[in-house]
Design a protein around this ligand. Structure first.
Ligand SMILES: [Zn+2]
Length: 498
């Protein structure tokens, strides 16, 4: 828990303007590592996916992974970047146990992609995020600190290192500082990472599972007194690995830095850790300057010189990007901008799209995901995607309703069964006996029973008080436990009473 003083968020905005910036690392989904042939499969036994190259043993020579270079160029193209015609890797020298070579092979002053941008929408406003660079590097190994309560090195008995991750290709996407977001700065940061994640998913170059650390952002925040443009020192909150945490970390840093500045203090240039439980950040190490890393061009690797025709072909082969997809779907489904924004903000766009692809009408797909299913996800405190029902099953459910096999109420009972793992909707309808009753002898008996049981009401209907029939319909629905079709029941009652 943080014991640092904080200023109320709304109050921060009365005196300061925030400046944010993000450095996002995306672990690519290539089959092999960046500079060797080792496997990149997640979750293997520690240190089983290593070789002399990724362990940095003397004499081992790296070779760059072409698929990783291609993926980086495709990310750069999607962000409207200029693609370098010639660039090099560089050694970033620092000594850390998880970096066996004593340096990280990265890119420094010659990145593969530069000068792009990404537009993000928050509450109907577009914010342009300028992209400074997209470069390629390798991931580090993973430290495991054992014996402490926090999982950090302080207080631990000993530390273990797993080098399976060392050398996995990593793309770093660096924004320019984003001014002018004001009170929306936390949401803009989140919207940017969300959109970036969508793009990487659409390109199919990474699974971007944030919980596995496939995508993690370093979040930079600094404040300037309003009107001064004199940006103070920035803090860098490292490895924030959920969309919600990106937003929270910006919010927390704005509140913390305002308190420091209000007290006449100075914000220290440092890296900070984000704490998921409390939503706070705490001081890490003081931030190194670029000169501390003694960058120099990597002598063991040839320069990257992407052929112009190859880049042109990659550009021509790009899949439909999220923004274009949203525009297309909005038009196909006949939605307003606000309706589309709801769908996107609810995290339901992909699910609705898959449900439509599985045969449901767009209206039905939206109704289910934004209605009944959103309510259930909310009650269970999970994301829509975590519900134990697939888009295909939702489409099947909607199909059973429109075919008249079940009504909305029965469909909700069928959904109970699907979520309980009883099988697909049609199977649940069968096993739970949920199908709507047709015009059968059984239903006719229920109709007669309702008339006999409510003679006064029946007399009123016979006497011309047509609206009284509702009570009889209700009685039939009750005896059939909602399985009858109300319109059919009403018609049968009318036939009996007139
Ligand atoms: Zn290796």
């Amino acid at each position: 828990m943080s014991t640092e003083p904080l200023v109320d968020f709304d109050e921060v905005l009365t005196r300061y303007e925030p400046l944010i910036g993000l450095e996002t690392h995306v672990e690519l989904g290539t089959a092999s590592k960046m500079f060797c042939g080792c496997s990149t499969v997640f979750g293997a036994e520690p240190n089983t996916q290593t070789c002399p190259v990724c362990l940095g043993l003397p004499g081992a020579l790296p070779v760059a992974n072409e698929a990783a270079i291609e993926a980086t160029i495709r990310i750069g193209l999607a962000l409207g970047c200029r693609i370098a015609t010639w660039c090099r890797f560089a050694r970033k020298n620092y000594f850390y146990p998880d970096i066996p070579k004593g340096f990280q092979t990265s890119q420094y002053d010659e990145p593969l992609c530069t000068a792009g941008h990404l537009d993000v929408e928050v509450d109907g406003e577009i914010y342009r995020v300028e992209i400074e660079r997209v470069h390629l590097e390798e991931d580090t190994g993973k430290n495991l600190h054992v014996g402490g309560s926090t999982g950090r090195i302080h207080g631990a008995d000993h530390s273990l290192i797993d080098y399976n991750r060392a050398g996995i290709p990593l793309v770093e996407i660096v924004t320019r500082p984003i001014p002018g977001a004001g009170a929306k700065a936390p949401e803009v940061a989140r919207a940017y990472v969300t959109e970036l994640r969508e793009i990487v998913l659409a390109l199919g170059v990474s699974e971007v599972r944030m919980e596995q650390g496939n995508l993690r952002s370093d979040v930079n925040v600094s404040l300037a007194p309003i009107g001064s443009l004199d940006w103070g020192t920035r803090s860098e909150t490292k490895n924030v690995n959920s969309l919600r945490s990106v937003e929270r970390s910006v919010r927390f840093e704005m509140r913390r830095q305002a308190a420091v500045l209000d007290g006449g203090g100075r914000v220290v240039q440092e890296t900070r850790h984000f704490h998921e439980d409390s939503g706070s950040t705490s001081s890490g190490r003081s931030k190194e300057e670029a000169t501390d890393y003694r960058y120099f061009p990597e002598p063991d690797l040839v320069p990257i010189a992407p052929d112009e025709d190859w880049v042109a072909k990659l550009a021509a082969d790009q899949p439909e990007l999220p923004v274009a997809r949203r525009v297309r779907l909005q038009e196909e489904w006949g939605l307003s901008g606000t309706e589309m924004a709801w769908l996107v903000n609810a995290g339901a766009l992909g699910l609705v799209s898959e449900t439509v692809a599985a045969g449901a009408s767009p209206a039905d797909a939206r109704k289910w995901w934004l209605g009944e299913l959103a309510r259930r996800a909310n009650d269970a405190g999970v994301e829509l995607t975590e519900l134990a029902v697939t888009p295909a099953q939702v489409a099947e459910l909607a199909g059973l309703v429109s075919a008249g096999t079940i009504n909305d109420q029965l469909a909700r009972q069928a959904l109970d069964g699907v979520l309980a793992g009883e099988g697909d909707p049609a199977a649940v309808v069968e096993s739970r006996g949920l199908a709507v009753m047709g015009e059968s002898d059984e239903l006719l008996a229920a109709v007669d029973a309702a008339i006999e049981g409510n003679p006064d009401v029946a007399d009123k209907v016979r006497g011309g008080k047509v609206q009284a029939i509702g009570a009889l319909v209700g009685a039939v629905m009750k005896t059939t436990r909602g399985k009858a079709d109300a319109a059919t029941v009403k018609r049968m009652l009318e036939e009996r009473l007139t």
